[in-house]
Design a protein around this ligand. Structure first.
Ligand code: FAD
Length: 415
């Protein structure tokens, strides 16, 4: 969409009343080919790829609040593919590749900034573990570079590099293709593109039950009535086990609050993403100039989107150990989201025990980076009823076969 100078001025003076809506706010129809429960990034991306890749456009995304109001709009926007196992490396790197051309594909600037990500080593043990990690990445075809302490310092001069630091930095490694993207833009870009292809985006509509016929899912009951569908996909992050329970099966998922916070905006001081696996803290600077901080989960299950004081304090303490000069900053905002953590820290993408019902969940603390691939692979299984090759290892069935993919080291802390 292009605007003339006059159009922009008219929009500004009239409170944007004449601007077209980016996506249609649809009213539920009685029936669809596919319904997707959850209007976060994964649900919206799945709807877009159903229409784009498979020509299925009688699709509704049903969101109980507003699109992107769940974790997609609450995360710290880090994208990377530095995982350990080949299955995860393939999955997350395909996602990063999709991100690399997403602004063009959606014709919507998602503000991808491949500013790199540096993992810090605070001990000889960390150095050893990181050299194995970087080697595993290289063996999976993903570039990674080990860094000396001076090289880390050159990338992030504000870090405390003195040997007396409580968390001394001995080195680390970097994935230079990693970085950040604007989270709202990812949701809005997929929503706009999906809507343009005919997908109905239905907000303020809660799924309260599943309609079943002969043991198969045949639609959903919602706060705005019953809606029929050939197939239903769930992409509801922190509430996936609540929806699974409604449908009549159990997921190996525990839900926790994960929190983050930002400082007041300041001039550019940090143009890479810093992660300290030893403390769990990670820090970046947003395009607005805010210092974005996050760390570990609240270690008790919860659906309260607040986050505990103890974790808040731990995040701030670790950040200030790494960047003492940030102690003079004012904290602007703190928030939390509910993330669904699977016991092997890997996602579940595929069929459920209930025929016609499919699920995408278990991204835990790190599913923003996986939105393109999560949508792509959920769309594939919904359209073809066959798992996408990238998702084959990530079936719910692995909790029966025992073929777990334990990515706790690469995804156990944020992100
Ligand atoms: C503080 C924080 C920081 C994070 N940082 C990162 C990061 O830096 N990098 C990264 O890769 N990941 C990060 N994550 C994780 C990431 O945000 C999530 O994994 C990802 O956004 C999940 O996307 P989603 O589309 O599956 O879920 P969501 O965006 O949560 O969308 C699910 C939607 O389902 C809706 N819903 C739920 N129940 C129902 C129902 N009954 N009916 C209808 N709709 C329903 C919800 O309202 C919600 O909008 C972070 C998460 C948090 C909380």
């Amino acid at each position: 969409m292009r605007y003339s100078a006059w159009g922009l001025l008219r929009g500004a003076l009239s409170g944007q009343r004449h601007w077209p809506q980016a996506w249609r706010d649809a009213v539920p129809k009685p029936r669809y080919d596919v319904i997707i429960v959850g209007g976060g990034g994964h649900g919206l991306a799945a709807a877009y790829y159903l229409a784009k890749n498979h020509g299925i456009d009688k699709v509704a995304v049903i969101e109980r609040g507003w699109i992107g109001g769940g974790n997609t709009g609450r995360n710290t926007t880090i994208v990377r593919s530095n995982y350990l196992f080949p299955e995860s490396a393939r999955l997350y790197d395909f996602s990063l590749q999709l991100y690399e051309s997403l602004s063009q594909a959606l014709n919507f600037n998602i503000m991808l900034s491949q500013r790199g990500l540096v993992m810090l080593a605070h001990s000889r043990h960390d150095l050893d573990a990181m050299s194995r990690w970087a080697n595993a990445m290289r063996m999976n075809g993903i570039a990674a570079e080990l860094l000396t302490r001076d090289q880390v310092g050159a990338l992030a001069p504000a870090l405390d590099l003195s040997p007396q630091a409580r968390l001394p930095v001995l080195g680390g490694f970097t994935q230079r293709r990693a970085g950040t993207a604007r989270h709202d833009a990812v949701a809005w870009g997929y929503a706009r593109a999906a809507s343009a292809l005919g997908v109905d985006i239905i907000q303020n509509c809660e799924v309260v039950d599943f309609i079943k016929q002969d043991g198969r899912v045949a639609g959903v009951s919602t706060s705005r009535g019953r809606i029929g569908a050939e197939r239903v996909g769930i992409a509801a992050a922190g509430h996936s086990s609540v929806l699974a329970k409604l449908a009549g099966f159990r997921l190996p998922v525990t839900s926790y609050a994960l929190q983050a916070m930002v400082s007041e905006p300041i001039k550019p001081v940090l143009d890479t993403v810093i992660l300290s696996p030893g403390t769990g803290a990670y820090v970046s600077q947003s395009d607005k100039g805010e210092i974005v901080m996050g760390a570990m989960l609240d270690l008790f299950p919860s659906y309260a989107q607040r986050g505990s004081f103890a974790v808040k304090q731990a995040i701030i303490a670790a950040t200030l150990e790494l960047f003492p000069s940030f102690s003079r900053l004012n904290l602007m905002r703190q928030w939390a989201g509910i993330v669904d953590v699977v016991h092997d820290s890997s996602p579940i993408i595929g069929p459920t025990p209930i025929p016609n019902l499919y699920i995408n969940c278990g991204w835990g603390t790190g599913g923003f980076k996986a939105i393109p691939v999560g949508g792509w692979t959920l769309a594939h299984v919904l359209a073809t009823q066959k798992s996408h090759p990238l998702a084959e290892a990530f079936q719910l069935e692995r909790f029966v076969t025992g073929r777990l993919i334990d990515e706790a080291a690469a995804s156990g802390i944020a992100h």
